[in-house]
Design a protein around this ligand. Structure first.
Ligand code: FDM
Length: 210
């Protein structure tokens, strides 16, 4: 008899402050995983095409749209729950799943507005836990003063500073891998991101914890 062992895929989350090149690095990582023979799936949060995602999109792009901070927070969390079974299914099929933003953005952005950190975290408890969270960050705070922040609701320098402080509260988690982007080019950051991934997958992966 022959036995076929199928291992589950790896769950990777990419988080980052605005202007750290998160989108560029996500694309790069996905291409490299594909070259490495992985069957890769990208899920971007917020996933703006679902029923809840459409409300979130309106909230983010239309500053006249009224929603309490708590309601907005719960919608972002609900949007992740909409996709949670899909994430488990993809991993079971052996796919490598890359999440562009996840729980950590959810908690960091809402607690930066003044909501309690633990309250923000609660609705996300039980979601699939990433094997590795790659966090793109600046060492230097002056980067927030640079031009180029966009027009969406949260793209304001002082607010970004507050978000950074909240993100840092996750730095004690063993799946948390910071990558400093200051003074590095796209290739150099890409190498560091890849190393985070390879380090995380050196050991056989157990079940996705939640
Ligand atoms: N954002 C994103 C939140 O406030 N909470 C969340 O749970 C998530 C996933 O939405 F400003 C914020 C972060 C960002 C905005 O994200 C849209 P993208 O990556 O720019 O689309």
């Amino acid at each position: 008899a022959s036995y076929f062992f199928m291992t589950r895929g790896t769950l990777i989350a990419i988080e980052g402050l605005d202007r750290t090149g998160k989108t560029t690095q996500t694309t790069k990582l996905i291409n490299r995983l594909a070259q490495d023979g992985k069957d890769v799936e990208l899920i971007k949060f917020p996933e703006r095409t679902t029923a809840i995602g459409k409300i979130i999109n309106t909230y983010l792009t239309d500053k006249t749209f009224q929603l309490s901070d708590e309601s907005a927070h719960l919608l972002f969390s609900a949007n992740r729950w909409e996709l949670s079974q899909k994430i488990y299914d993809l991993l079971d099929q052996g796919k490598t799943v890359v999440l562009d933003r996840y729980v950590y953005s959810g908690v960091a952005y809402s607690s930066a507005k003044g909501l309690l950190f633990d309250w923000c975290y609660s609705p996300d408890i039980g979601l699939p836990r990433p094997d590795v969270v790659i966090f793109l960050k600046f060492k230097e705070e002056e980067n927030f003063e640079r031009e180029g922040f966009g027009d969406e609701r949260y793209e304001v320098a002082e607010f970004q500073q507050k978000v950074k402080i909240q993100f840092e509260k996750f730095s004690g988690q063993d799946n948390w891998k910071p990558v400093f982007v200051d003074g590095k080019n796209i290739e150099e950051v890409g190498e560091l991101v890849w190393k985070c991934y390879t380090d995380a997958t050196k050991q056989a992966l157990g079940p996705v914890q939640n």
